[in-house]
Design a protein around this ligand. Structure first.
Ligand code: HAM
Length: 486
């Protein structure tokens, strides 16, 4: 066995010590091969830190996230909060009522509604058997669940239309990449029981307003995919065309020609683009009533001043749609996020009926919040209009354990006044607490020391002038409100 021996320890001035290691590799032949290794001699503290670091790295590796899953971290919460508030405001204004449905549903719900042959059902569902042997799926989208809830709760009996919104996590076992996750959030609106084109326009308007209120420039792409008979006739025409171009298509699209030819129009592969460009357009296969209905929707959008482009290749990737469909994209095409849709929706007049319910025309949309948050972060920074971080109005500092007890009581007493207080009971020294207050850029710091404890008073320090006042603890709230003009 090779032996290892430490031979010397050197100290060069104030520099770190180095150690030389001599390895005797071949003792048998009496030949001594030596290898000198140099490395810093660590202090006890450094050794301890190295150990902790190693432990942390191991723990991090041991508890890594599942692929495609992510944590929504505190530093991004200002964007998430803004998205939720905006969604809530838009929905409230247009009189949509919030609904929450379970994350897990029976698998057949999605197979029947989203449809066999779609990427979602064929490739992306998180499906498993539960403990009762029932086949269940983590919802990949929410429209099917909303429709199930509409039927299950007999919402036909309510005044129509029934307008619902939700803001929920969805699950798709998709190939993860920028803006594509396996758990992602959608803000969605669904309107059941109204077939007037004004409701189509209302939905496009709501989706557009969500982005307008977030100051994100978007473009709406819109199309009509007609009713099932029109679509069937168009499909036959498309299949005939695609067969003649088969050799120019990607492998996936070759398979799609007979099974789901409309999906070819959705393909992003470069080789397929010339074929898609030359494909017949569904709009030419619509009968007068469908065409007129679609024209009316567009007239509404014109009236509302919503910029849109007619995208005759837009077909959407779910089976339940008919008539008007739309998608939302970021306007700045240079940006990589502009490539993926921020949201999409359309009419699905036959869905409830296909699930065994009464005929119930419906329309809705979903916006991918994760993509919106990514976009907010880049777009706001590029345009110097980032959302402000949460601010505090004052800082509450304390000196000693007893003062901390009173500080916590005061913190509770001021709660509800609308005054936001910064504090850190973990920091002991006043100097550290004042430094923290400085970083938070607060105009005033409240200080409770031993004297104030006995007097029932508190110091208010003006951080700019350094002037301090002493006031009665009982009057603190009214005093601060006056000072902060709250
Ligand atoms: P969808 O087009 O499948 O429609 O999804 C809507 C949006 O969800 C997409 O535009 C995208 O922003 C986001 N999204 C989809 N997949 C992912 C993913 N893997 N990672 C991050 N974001 C994603 C629906 O889901 C329909 N339910 C929309 C609807 C509602 N139609 C009528 N009502």
């Amino acid at each position: 066995m090779p032996k290892e021996k430490k031979v010397t320890t050197k100290k060069v001035g104030k520099k770190k010590k180095t150690v030389l290691k001599k390895k005797i590799l071949n003792k048998k032949d009496n030949k001594q091969e030596t290898k000198i290794e140099e490395g810093p001699v660590l202090t006890k503290k450094e050794k301890e830190e190295k150990k902790i670091d190693k432990k942390r790295k191991k723990a991090t590796a041991d508890w890594s996230l599942l692929r495609g899953m992510r944590d929504l971290l505190p530093e991004d919460q200002k964007y998430w909060r803004k998205c939720f508030e905006t969604a809530q405001n838009v929905s409230d204004y247009f009189l949509y009522k919030k609904i929450e449905t379970p994350v897990v549903e029976e698998t057949k719900l999605f197979i029947r509604t989203v449809g066999k042959g779609t990427d979602i059902v064929d490739k992306e569902m998180y499906t498993f058997e539960d403990k009762d042997g029932k086949k269940v799926t983590l919802r990949p989208e929410g429209t099917a669940s909303a429709a199930r809830a509409f039927i299950g709760h007999g919402m036909w009996n309510k005044p129509q239309p029934v307008k619902l919104w939700y803001y929920s996590p969805m699950f798709r076992h998709d190939r993860p990449q920028a803006g594509r996750y396996r758990q992602f959030w959608q803000y969605s609106c669904e309107c059941f029981g109204a077939d007037d084109p004004s409701v189509d326009a209302e939905n496009v308007l709501m989706a557009y307003n969500f982005f307008k209120d977030l100051n994100l420039p978007v473009q709406i792409r819109i199309n009509s995919i007609g009713d099932p008979e029109e679509r069937e006739r168009y499909k036959q025409e498309l299949i005939t065309y695609l067969r003649t171009k088969r050799s120019y298509l990607c492998e996936d699209c070759k398979k799609r020609i007979n099974r789901s030819p409309l999906r070819v129009l959705d393909c992003k592969q470069e080789e397929c683009q010339p074929v898609i460009e030359g494909a017949p357009q569904i709009i030419d296969w619509l009968q007068e009533p469908s065409k007129n209905r679609f024209m009316t929707v567009l007239e509404y959008l014109d009236e509302l001043g919503i910029p849109y482009t007619l995208d005759t290749k837009l077909v959407r990737g779910l089976d339940y749609y008919n008539g008007m469909v739309f998608e939302i994209y970021y306007k700045d095409q240079e940006n990589e996020t502009a490539q993926s849709a921020l949201g999409g929706g359309g009419r699905y007049d036959l869905l409830i009926e296909s699930m065994g319910g009464n005929h119930t025309p419906a329309v809705g949309f979903s916006i991918g919040v994760d993509r919106v948050v990514n976009l907010m972060k880049t777009h706001f920074k590029e345009n110097n209009c980032d959302l402000p971080d949460q601010k505090v109005d004052i800082y509450l500092a304390h000196l000693g354990k007893d003062a901390r007890r009173v500080a916590l009581r005061l913190l509770e007493e001021i709660r509800g006044s609308g005054i936001k207080i910064g504090y850190n009971f973990f920091k002991e020294a006043l100097k550290n607490q004042l430094e923290a207050a400085n970083k938070l850029e607060v105009p005033y710091v409240l200080i409770i020391g031993q004297k104030e404890l006995q007097d029932g008073t508190i110091i208010i320090r003006d951080m700019e002038s350094g002037v301090q006042e002493i006031i009665d603890q009982k009057k603190i709230e009214s005093h601060l409100k006056k000072k902060l003009k709250k």
